[in-house]
Design a protein around this ligand. Structure first.
Ligand code: WQD
Length: 338
């Protein structure tokens, strides 16, 4: 049985391919290389010694998707990462996001609904909660109006999958990530942001390596202990392992409902300044940063209630914040040949 990983050369996708191969699964990757490169394939092989099938394909082309499934008739399980994910860009280019994140999802589901049995793992995000009323956030927290077209595509995607699962042979699990950071301990794969990083940890490591002058901390006047925003930073390898556990749950028919939802986080919130302090500790160097105005659209605090993932899915994170940050730093140094 082959597992299709869309966006499998991306940050979370590539780490998930490694964990799938480690568990003995045969993997087929679809990636259009819009936010990744074939070099990532070498990194995967360097870690596992196994070469996944890779097809460069744009999922926005319905006929390409149909052709793929004619050639891979034994694919009935999909882990779907392929999507555009820059919050700011989605505000400027909403149609690009609705086309790339929604149309592609529909074309994949149209193929799966023809199968006698199918399994679908969806890459969702804690962004669907907006600023939740209570911390930690559990899966029953209300879905708030999206703050960006990117966040809206995740909400709409969840609704589409839910509606389709009800009337088809598709069993699905929605995985709502908190903040993925870090890289594989081998430093063979990691986060490769194109251009100026939007996310905190790659901006920190690029500042420390000398690529960026200094980190701008977006806001020091939030109602938190130190005035900076709180997030739940989860090691990408822990996150990848959760996808394998979720897939196995569906393959073994252990799911209680045709559509299940899990928050994936550490359960611990860390402020921006705490992340900076952790970086300075693991790197043994000072980070240049300044506190500036808040970033439009940022929420104050978000961290996961991990009870459902732990008690039902049987998964919890293993890595500490410092271990995750140390892996990100090791990767940055490797990429810059330091
Ligand atoms: C974290 C904190 C910033 C950069 C987004 C998406 C989410 C997921 C992860 C895709 C915030 C602060 C950041 C910087 C800073 N994306 N920050 N200086 O916004 O929590 O989540 O990325 O799946 O869906 O919403 O992550 O890393 O951008 O920000 O001070 O240069 O770091 O204000 O408080 P975010 P982030």
């Amino acid at each position: 049985m082959k597992i299709l990983v869309t966006g499998g050369l991306g940050f979370i996708g590539s780490h998930t391919v490694v964990e799938l191969q480690n568990e003995g699964f045969e993997v087929v990757i679809i990636d259009n290389l819009s936010n990744s490169s074939e070099e990532v394939l070498k990194g995967i092989v360097a870690i596992t010694g196994k070469t996944p099938v890779f097809e460069k394909l744009d999922l926005r082309e319905k006929t390409s998707v149909q052709d793929f499934f004619k050639r891979h008739t034994d694919v009935a399980s999909i882990i779907h990462f392929a999507a555009s994910k820059a919050v700011g860009e989605s505000v400027e280019k909403p149609l690009l996001y609705y086309e790339n994140n929604i149309n592609t999802l529909i074309y994949l589901l149209q193929e799966l609904e023809q199968k006698p049995e199918a399994h679908f793992i969806f890459s969702s995000s804690c962004t669907v909660y907006g600023q939740a009323e209570t911390m930690p956030i559990n899966e029953n927290a209300p879905i708030k109006p999206a703050m960006s077209p990117y966040g809206n595509t995740k909400q709409i995607g969840e609704e589409i999958i839910t509606d389709v699962a009800k009337v088809s042979n598709i069993n699905a699990i929605l995985l709502r990530y908190f903040n993925p950071i870090g890289s594989h301990p081998s430093a063979e794969i990691g986060e490769l942001p194109i251009g100026v990083p939007q996310n905190l940890v790659p901006f920190i490591t690029q500042t420390a390596i000398g690529l960026r002058k200094e980190l701008s901390v977006y806001g020091g006047d939030y109602p938190t202990n130190d005035g900076t925003c709180i997030r739940d930073y989860i090691h990408v390898v822990d996150l990848a392992k959760a996808h394998v556990v979720a897939l196995q749950r569906l393959l073994n028919c252990q799911n209680v409902d045709k559509i299940e939802t899990f928050n994936l986080g550490t359960g611990t919130g860390s402020s921006v300044l705490e992340v900076i302090n952790a970086f300075e500790k693991v790197s043994e160097q000072k980070l240049a940063y300044k506190i500036v105005d808040r970033r439009e659209g940022d929420i104050t605090s978000a961290f996961a209630n991990t009870d459902k993932a732990s008690n039902i899915l049987g998964w919890k994170t293993q890595s500490t914040l410092e271990e995750a940050i140390a892996s990100a730093w090791k990767w940055e140094q490797k990429v810059r040949n330091v």
